[in-house]
Design a protein around this ligand. Structure first.
Ligand SMILES: Cc1ncc(COP(=O)(O)O)c(C=O)c1O
Length: 405
Protein backbone atom coordinates (compact mmCIF):
# COMPACT_ATOMS: atom_id res chain seq x y z
CA UNK A 1 0.00 0.00 0.00
CA UNK A 2 1.24 3.47 -0.92
CA UNK A 3 2.31 5.80 1.87
CA UNK A 4 2.25 3.11 4.50
CA UNK A 5 5.79 2.08 5.29
CA UNK A 6 5.19 -0.84 7.62
CA UNK A 7 8.90 -1.64 7.96
CA UNK A 8 9.56 1.90 9.14
CA UNK A 9 6.72 1.52 11.66
CA UNK A 10 7.99 -1.87 12.87
CA UNK A 11 11.46 -0.45 13.39
CA UNK A 12 10.01 1.75 16.13
CA UNK A 13 8.88 -1.22 18.23
CA UNK A 14 11.65 -2.74 20.35
CA UNK A 15 9.66 -5.98 20.73
CA UNK A 16 10.31 -6.78 17.06
CA UNK A 17 13.99 -5.82 17.01
CA UNK A 18 17.16 -7.87 16.84
CA UNK A 19 15.81 -11.39 17.13
CA UNK A 20 16.75 -14.39 14.95
CA UNK A 21 13.12 -15.36 14.73
CA UNK A 22 11.09 -12.19 15.23
CA UNK A 23 7.90 -12.38 17.21
CA UNK A 24 4.74 -12.59 15.10
CA UNK A 25 2.33 -10.87 17.39
CA UNK A 26 -1.31 -11.45 16.46
CA UNK A 27 -3.02 -10.81 19.79
CA UNK A 28 -3.59 -7.11 19.38
CA UNK A 29 -7.22 -7.25 20.43
CA UNK A 30 -5.92 -8.28 23.86
CA UNK A 31 -3.19 -5.65 24.06
CA UNK A 32 -0.74 -4.00 21.68
CA UNK A 33 3.03 -3.62 21.62
CA UNK A 34 4.49 -0.23 22.54
CA UNK A 35 6.57 2.01 20.30
CA UNK A 36 9.85 3.46 21.58
CA UNK A 37 8.29 6.93 21.82
CA UNK A 38 5.73 5.66 24.35
CA UNK A 39 8.38 3.80 26.35
CA UNK A 40 10.56 6.95 26.25
CA UNK A 41 7.72 9.17 27.46
CA UNK A 42 7.16 6.90 30.47
CA UNK A 43 10.91 6.61 31.20
CA UNK A 44 11.35 10.37 30.89
CA UNK A 45 8.65 10.98 33.46
CA UNK A 46 10.26 8.55 35.93
CA UNK A 47 13.82 9.72 35.31
CA UNK A 48 13.42 13.46 34.79
CA UNK A 49 10.29 14.84 36.47
CA UNK A 50 8.82 12.13 38.69
CA UNK A 51 6.40 13.90 41.04
CA UNK A 52 2.74 13.95 41.94
CA UNK A 53 0.32 16.08 39.95
CA UNK A 54 -1.89 19.05 40.87
CA UNK A 55 -0.33 19.54 44.31
CA UNK A 56 3.32 20.44 44.23
CA UNK A 57 4.43 24.04 44.12
CA UNK A 58 7.76 23.13 42.63
CA UNK A 59 9.07 22.74 39.11
CA UNK A 60 8.95 18.97 38.53
CA UNK A 61 5.43 18.69 39.93
CA UNK A 62 4.31 21.51 37.68
CA UNK A 63 5.97 19.78 34.72
CA UNK A 64 4.26 16.46 35.64
CA UNK A 65 0.90 18.24 35.90
CA UNK A 66 1.45 19.95 32.57
CA UNK A 67 2.33 16.67 30.79
CA UNK A 68 -0.54 14.77 32.43
CA UNK A 69 -3.08 17.44 31.48
CA UNK A 70 -1.61 17.80 28.01
CA UNK A 71 -2.18 14.06 27.46
CA UNK A 72 -5.82 14.59 28.45
CA UNK A 73 -6.15 17.41 25.93
CA UNK A 74 -4.62 15.33 23.12
CA UNK A 75 -6.91 12.37 23.86
CA UNK A 76 -9.94 14.70 23.87
CA UNK A 77 -8.88 16.11 20.51
CA UNK A 78 -8.34 12.60 19.12
CA UNK A 79 -12.02 11.77 19.68
CA UNK A 80 -13.29 15.19 18.61
CA UNK A 81 -14.36 16.22 22.14
CA UNK A 82 -14.48 20.00 22.38
CA UNK A 83 -13.93 20.06 26.14
CA UNK A 84 -10.89 18.26 27.58
CA UNK A 85 -12.47 18.09 31.03
CA UNK A 86 -14.90 15.57 29.59
CA UNK A 87 -12.06 13.05 29.73
CA UNK A 88 -11.59 11.15 33.00
CA UNK A 89 -8.51 8.96 33.24
CA UNK A 90 -9.23 5.40 34.36
CA UNK A 91 -7.34 2.11 34.51
CA UNK A 92 -8.92 0.99 31.24
CA UNK A 93 -12.23 0.56 29.45
CA UNK A 94 -13.45 -1.80 32.19
CA UNK A 95 -13.05 0.85 34.86
CA UNK A 96 -14.64 3.48 32.61
CA UNK A 97 -17.77 1.33 32.24
CA UNK A 98 -17.86 0.56 35.95
CA UNK A 99 -17.56 4.25 36.71
CA UNK A 100 -20.77 4.86 34.77
CA UNK A 101 -22.46 1.82 36.31
CA UNK A 102 -21.69 3.02 39.84
CA UNK A 103 -21.74 6.80 39.59
CA UNK A 104 -24.55 7.21 37.05
CA UNK A 105 -26.67 4.05 36.83
CA UNK A 106 -27.09 3.46 40.55
CA UNK A 107 -28.38 7.00 41.01
CA UNK A 108 -30.62 7.12 37.94
CA UNK A 109 -32.20 3.69 37.50
CA UNK A 110 -35.29 2.36 39.23
CA UNK A 111 -37.36 -0.82 39.16
CA UNK A 112 -39.15 -1.02 35.80
CA UNK A 113 -36.34 0.72 33.93
CA UNK A 114 -34.39 -1.21 31.32
CA UNK A 115 -30.68 -1.41 30.62
CA UNK A 116 -30.15 -2.56 27.06
CA UNK A 117 -26.93 -4.20 25.87
CA UNK A 118 -26.18 -6.69 23.09
CA UNK A 119 -25.28 -10.37 22.93
CA UNK A 120 -21.87 -9.52 21.47
CA UNK A 121 -20.53 -7.58 24.47
CA UNK A 122 -17.26 -8.24 26.23
CA UNK A 123 -17.80 -9.27 29.86
CA UNK A 124 -16.69 -5.78 30.88
CA UNK A 125 -19.84 -4.42 29.24
CA UNK A 126 -22.08 -7.14 30.72
CA UNK A 127 -21.11 -7.68 34.35
CA UNK A 128 -21.28 -4.01 35.46
CA UNK A 129 -24.86 -3.93 34.12
CA UNK A 130 -25.84 -7.23 35.72
CA UNK A 131 -24.66 -5.79 39.05
CA UNK A 132 -26.34 -2.42 38.46
CA UNK A 133 -29.60 -4.15 37.51
CA UNK A 134 -29.42 -6.30 40.64
CA UNK A 135 -28.83 -3.23 42.85
CA UNK A 136 -31.45 -0.94 41.29
CA UNK A 137 -34.22 -3.37 40.32
CA UNK A 138 -33.82 -2.41 36.66
CA UNK A 139 -34.10 -5.13 34.00
CA UNK A 140 -31.17 -6.09 31.80
CA UNK A 141 -32.11 -6.86 28.20
CA UNK A 142 -30.04 -7.98 25.21
CA UNK A 143 -30.26 -7.25 21.50
CA UNK A 144 -29.69 -10.67 19.91
CA UNK A 145 -27.07 -11.45 17.28
CA UNK A 146 -27.20 -13.91 14.40
CA UNK A 147 -24.49 -16.46 13.55
CA UNK A 148 -22.57 -13.87 11.52
CA UNK A 149 -22.19 -11.69 14.59
CA UNK A 150 -24.65 -9.07 13.37
CA UNK A 151 -27.28 -7.43 15.57
CA UNK A 152 -30.84 -8.54 14.82
CA UNK A 153 -33.73 -6.06 14.79
CA UNK A 154 -32.02 -3.71 17.24
CA UNK A 155 -34.74 -1.05 16.97
CA UNK A 156 -37.32 -3.50 18.36
CA UNK A 157 -35.50 -3.58 21.69
CA UNK A 158 -35.20 0.16 22.27
CA UNK A 159 -38.33 1.49 23.93
CA UNK A 160 -39.53 4.15 26.42
CA UNK A 161 -38.37 1.98 29.34
CA UNK A 162 -34.78 1.93 28.03
CA UNK A 163 -32.81 4.25 30.29
CA UNK A 164 -29.34 3.15 29.30
CA UNK A 165 -28.13 1.58 26.08
CA UNK A 166 -24.56 0.23 26.26
CA UNK A 167 -23.02 -1.19 23.09
CA UNK A 168 -19.63 -2.09 21.73
CA UNK A 169 -18.59 -0.20 18.63
CA UNK A 170 -16.52 -3.15 17.42
CA UNK A 171 -16.76 -6.78 18.52
CA UNK A 172 -13.60 -8.33 19.96
CA UNK A 173 -14.71 -11.73 18.60
CA UNK A 174 -16.35 -11.12 15.22
CA UNK A 175 -14.84 -7.77 14.33
CA UNK A 176 -18.37 -6.51 13.59
CA UNK A 177 -18.59 -2.72 13.51
CA UNK A 178 -21.98 -1.73 14.87
CA UNK A 179 -24.05 1.20 13.56
CA UNK A 180 -23.68 3.06 16.85
CA UNK A 181 -24.49 6.48 15.46
CA UNK A 182 -27.88 5.37 14.11
CA UNK A 183 -28.70 3.37 17.25
CA UNK A 184 -27.69 6.28 19.48
CA UNK A 185 -30.14 8.49 17.62
CA UNK A 186 -32.95 5.99 18.18
CA UNK A 187 -32.06 5.53 21.86
CA UNK A 188 -31.98 9.29 22.35
CA UNK A 189 -35.41 9.63 20.77
CA UNK A 190 -36.69 7.52 23.70
CA UNK A 191 -34.72 9.59 26.22
CA UNK A 192 -32.11 6.91 26.96
CA UNK A 193 -28.47 7.60 27.66
CA UNK A 194 -25.94 5.81 25.44
CA UNK A 195 -22.60 4.31 26.38
CA UNK A 196 -20.30 3.22 23.56
CA UNK A 197 -17.54 0.74 24.38
CA UNK A 198 -14.79 1.91 22.03
CA UNK A 199 -12.07 -0.40 23.41
CA UNK A 200 -11.77 -2.27 20.11
CA UNK A 201 -12.85 0.44 17.68
CA UNK A 202 -10.65 3.35 18.69
CA UNK A 203 -7.29 1.75 17.83
CA UNK A 204 -8.50 1.13 14.27
CA UNK A 205 -10.92 3.77 13.10
CA UNK A 206 -11.84 7.38 13.62
CA UNK A 207 -14.13 7.75 16.63
CA UNK A 208 -15.77 11.16 16.89
CA UNK A 209 -17.92 11.69 19.96
CA UNK A 210 -19.64 14.75 18.49
CA UNK A 211 -20.62 12.82 15.39
CA UNK A 212 -21.72 9.76 17.40
CA UNK A 213 -23.44 11.99 19.95
CA UNK A 214 -22.92 9.29 22.60
CA UNK A 215 -23.24 10.27 26.25
CA UNK A 216 -20.38 8.06 27.41
CA UNK A 217 -17.44 6.51 25.59
CA UNK A 218 -15.22 3.87 27.23
CA UNK A 219 -11.61 3.94 26.03
CA UNK A 220 -8.77 1.45 26.48
CA UNK A 221 -5.23 2.87 26.22
CA UNK A 222 -3.24 -0.36 26.14
CA UNK A 223 -5.10 -1.59 23.05
CA UNK A 224 -3.85 1.45 21.14
CA UNK A 225 -0.11 1.46 21.92
CA UNK A 226 -0.33 3.10 25.36
CA UNK A 227 1.04 1.52 28.55
CA UNK A 228 -1.07 -0.92 30.52
CA UNK A 229 -3.11 0.52 33.37
CA UNK A 230 -4.61 3.46 31.52
CA UNK A 231 -7.83 4.19 29.70
CA UNK A 232 -10.40 6.92 29.85
CA UNK A 233 -14.06 7.71 30.10
CA UNK A 234 -15.47 10.42 27.88
CA UNK A 235 -18.79 11.81 29.10
CA UNK A 236 -20.79 14.84 28.09
CA UNK A 237 -19.89 17.74 30.34
CA UNK A 238 -23.37 18.30 31.75
CA UNK A 239 -23.72 14.63 32.67
CA UNK A 240 -20.32 14.49 34.37
CA UNK A 241 -21.14 17.64 36.33
CA UNK A 242 -24.38 16.17 37.63
CA UNK A 243 -22.96 12.74 38.39
CA UNK A 244 -22.09 11.62 41.89
CA UNK A 245 -18.42 10.72 42.51
CA UNK A 246 -17.21 7.16 41.90
CA UNK A 247 -14.27 6.63 44.27
CA UNK A 248 -13.70 8.82 47.32
CA UNK A 249 -10.34 10.09 48.51
CA UNK A 250 -7.77 12.80 47.95
CA UNK A 251 -7.87 15.07 44.89
CA UNK A 252 -11.59 14.61 44.27
CA UNK A 253 -12.66 16.92 47.13
CA UNK A 254 -12.91 20.65 47.62
CA UNK A 255 -13.78 20.96 51.34
CA UNK A 256 -13.86 18.17 53.91
CA UNK A 257 -15.33 18.37 57.40
CA UNK A 258 -15.73 15.56 59.91
CA UNK A 259 -19.28 15.04 58.66
CA UNK A 260 -19.30 15.78 54.96
CA UNK A 261 -17.43 17.02 51.90
CA UNK A 262 -17.81 18.93 48.66
CA UNK A 263 -16.39 17.79 45.36
CA UNK A 264 -13.70 19.09 43.04
CA UNK A 265 -14.59 20.30 39.59
CA UNK A 266 -14.69 17.72 36.80
CA UNK A 267 -12.68 15.73 35.88
CA UNK A 268 -10.82 15.67 39.23
CA UNK A 269 -14.12 14.74 40.93
CA UNK A 270 -13.66 11.31 39.32
CA UNK A 271 -9.91 10.92 39.77
CA UNK A 272 -9.53 10.12 43.47
CA UNK A 273 -6.03 9.48 44.77
CA UNK A 274 -2.76 9.69 42.90
CA UNK A 275 -3.64 8.95 39.29
CA UNK A 276 -1.76 6.76 36.78
CA UNK A 277 0.48 9.68 35.82
CA UNK A 278 3.19 7.86 33.85
CA UNK A 279 0.64 5.74 31.99
CA UNK A 280 -1.49 8.75 31.06
CA UNK A 281 1.59 10.57 29.76
CA UNK A 282 2.42 7.41 27.77
CA UNK A 283 -1.15 7.43 26.41
CA UNK A 284 -0.57 10.97 25.13
CA UNK A 285 2.56 9.76 23.32
CA UNK A 286 0.59 6.83 21.84
CA UNK A 287 -2.01 9.22 20.44
CA UNK A 288 0.79 11.32 18.93
CA UNK A 289 2.25 8.19 17.31
CA UNK A 290 -1.10 7.26 15.76
CA UNK A 291 -1.71 10.83 14.62
CA UNK A 292 1.67 10.97 12.89
CA UNK A 293 0.64 8.00 10.73
CA UNK A 294 -3.05 8.89 10.46
CA UNK A 295 -5.94 6.77 11.72
CA UNK A 296 -7.53 6.60 8.25
CA UNK A 297 -4.33 5.18 6.76
CA UNK A 298 -4.14 2.67 9.59
CA UNK A 299 -7.73 1.63 8.90
CA UNK A 300 -7.10 1.15 5.18
CA UNK A 301 -3.89 -0.79 5.76
CA UNK A 302 -5.53 -3.09 8.30
CA UNK A 303 -8.58 -3.52 6.08
CA UNK A 304 -6.41 -4.75 3.22
CA UNK A 305 -4.52 -7.12 5.49
CA UNK A 306 -7.72 -8.49 7.03
CA UNK A 307 -9.17 -9.24 3.58
CA UNK A 308 -5.90 -10.94 2.64
CA UNK A 309 -5.93 -12.98 5.85
CA UNK A 310 -9.54 -14.09 5.36
CA UNK A 311 -8.78 -15.22 1.82
CA UNK A 312 -5.64 -17.12 2.88
CA UNK A 313 -7.20 -18.70 5.97
CA UNK A 314 -10.24 -19.77 3.92
CA UNK A 315 -7.94 -21.92 1.77
CA UNK A 316 -7.17 -24.14 4.76
CA UNK A 317 -9.42 -27.22 4.79
CA UNK A 318 -11.60 -27.57 7.88
CA UNK A 319 -11.31 -23.83 8.58
CA UNK A 320 -14.34 -22.09 10.04
CA UNK A 321 -14.16 -18.31 10.35
CA UNK A 322 -16.76 -16.64 12.55
CA UNK A 323 -18.50 -13.41 11.64
CA UNK A 324 -19.18 -11.58 8.42
CA UNK A 325 -16.33 -12.36 6.02
CA UNK A 326 -16.32 -9.06 4.21
CA UNK A 327 -17.35 -6.32 6.55
CA UNK A 328 -15.26 -6.35 9.71
CA UNK A 329 -12.44 -4.93 11.79
CA UNK A 330 -9.00 -6.55 11.97
CA UNK A 331 -9.91 -9.43 14.27
CA UNK A 332 -10.55 -12.97 13.02
CA UNK A 333 -11.92 -15.70 15.26
CA UNK A 334 -11.78 -19.20 13.86
CA UNK A 335 -11.65 -22.91 14.52
CA UNK A 336 -10.03 -25.69 12.53
CA UNK A 337 -11.92 -28.96 12.61
CA UNK A 338 -10.26 -31.62 14.71
CA UNK A 339 -7.93 -29.10 16.38
CA UNK A 340 -8.63 -27.57 19.77
CA UNK A 341 -7.84 -23.86 19.74
CA UNK A 342 -5.64 -24.19 22.85
CA UNK A 343 -3.51 -26.88 21.19
CA UNK A 344 -3.29 -24.71 18.10
CA UNK A 345 -2.17 -21.67 20.08
CA UNK A 346 0.47 -23.75 21.85
CA UNK A 347 1.86 -25.15 18.61
CA UNK A 348 1.89 -21.70 17.02
CA UNK A 349 3.77 -20.41 20.05
CA UNK A 350 6.54 -22.89 19.20
CA UNK A 351 6.85 -20.98 15.91
CA UNK A 352 6.97 -17.70 17.85
CA UNK A 353 3.46 -16.77 16.69
CA UNK A 354 1.19 -15.34 19.39
CA UNK A 355 -2.55 -15.75 18.88
CA UNK A 356 -5.35 -15.95 21.40
CA UNK A 357 -7.39 -19.06 22.23
CA UNK A 358 -10.34 -19.19 24.57
CA UNK A 359 -13.67 -17.48 25.10
CA UNK A 360 -12.26 -13.94 24.69
CA UNK A 361 -14.20 -12.70 27.72
CA UNK A 362 -17.38 -13.22 25.73
CA UNK A 363 -18.91 -16.46 27.00
CA UNK A 364 -22.45 -15.62 25.76
CA UNK A 365 -21.02 -15.49 22.20
CA UNK A 366 -19.33 -18.89 22.62
CA UNK A 367 -22.66 -20.32 23.76
CA UNK A 368 -24.40 -18.78 20.78
CA UNK A 369 -21.82 -20.29 18.43
CA UNK A 370 -22.03 -23.55 20.39
CA UNK A 371 -18.26 -23.82 20.74
CA UNK A 372 -16.19 -23.93 23.94
CA UNK A 373 -13.54 -21.62 22.50
CA UNK A 374 -12.12 -20.15 19.32
CA UNK A 375 -8.69 -19.20 18.09
CA UNK A 376 -8.31 -15.52 17.32
CA UNK A 377 -5.78 -13.61 15.24
CA UNK A 378 -6.00 -9.83 15.54
CA UNK A 379 -3.88 -7.33 13.65
CA UNK A 380 -2.49 -3.88 14.16
CA UNK A 381 -0.52 -1.35 12.19
CA UNK A 382 2.80 -3.23 12.46
CA UNK A 383 1.59 -6.60 11.13
CA UNK A 384 2.38 -7.73 7.59
CA UNK A 385 1.01 -10.05 4.93
CA UNK A 386 4.17 -12.13 5.35
CA UNK A 387 3.10 -12.72 8.94
CA UNK A 388 -0.33 -13.82 7.72
CA UNK A 389 1.42 -16.29 5.38
CA UNK A 390 3.50 -17.57 8.31
CA UNK A 391 0.32 -17.98 10.38
CA UNK A 392 -1.36 -20.03 7.66
CA UNK A 393 1.72 -22.22 7.18
CA UNK A 394 1.94 -22.81 10.92
CA UNK A 395 -1.76 -23.75 11.08
CA UNK A 396 -1.22 -26.33 8.30
CA UNK A 397 1.76 -27.71 10.20
CA UNK A 398 -0.24 -27.88 13.44
CA UNK A 399 -3.05 -29.71 11.64
CA UNK A 400 -0.58 -32.25 10.30
CA UNK A 401 1.00 -32.65 13.75
CA UNK A 402 -2.33 -33.17 15.48
CA UNK A 403 -3.86 -35.40 12.79
CA UNK A 404 -5.16 -38.57 14.38
CA UNK A 405 -5.79 -40.66 11.26
C1 LIG B 1 -14.84 -4.87 23.52
C2 LIG B 1 -14.01 -4.72 24.76
N1 LIG B 1 -14.46 -3.93 25.74
C3 LIG B 1 -13.76 -3.74 26.87
C4 LIG B 1 -12.56 -4.37 27.09
C5 LIG B 1 -11.81 -4.12 28.37
O1 LIG B 1 -10.78 -3.20 28.15
P1 LIG B 1 -9.68 -2.89 29.26
O2 LIG B 1 -8.68 -4.00 29.18
O3 LIG B 1 -9.10 -1.57 28.85
O4 LIG B 1 -10.34 -2.81 30.57
C6 LIG B 1 -12.06 -5.21 26.10
C7 LIG B 1 -10.79 -5.92 26.32
O5 LIG B 1 -10.50 -6.91 25.69
C8 LIG B 1 -12.80 -5.37 24.89
O6 LIG B 1 -12.35 -6.16 23.92
Amino acid sequence: MMNFDVEKIRAQFPMFAGKDKPLIYLDNAATTQKPQSVIDAVTKYYSEYSANVHRGIYAISEKATHEYESARTRIAKFIGADFEKSIVFTRGATEAINLVAYAWARHNLNPGDEILITEMEHHSNIIPWQLAARDTGATLRYIPIDETGTLVESEKYINPKTKLFAITQQSNVFGTTNPVKELTEIAHSFGAKVLVDAAQAMPHLMVDVVDLDCDFLAISGHKMLAPTGVGALFAKQEILEEMEPFLGGGEMIEQVTMETATWSEIPQKFEAGTPNIAQAIGFGAAVDFINQIGIEKIKDYEGEMTRYAIAKLSEISGMQIYGDLFCRGPVISFNVSGVHSHDLAQLLDMENIAIRAGHHCAQPIMRKLDVPATARASFYLYNTKAEVDALCEAIEKAKWFLATD
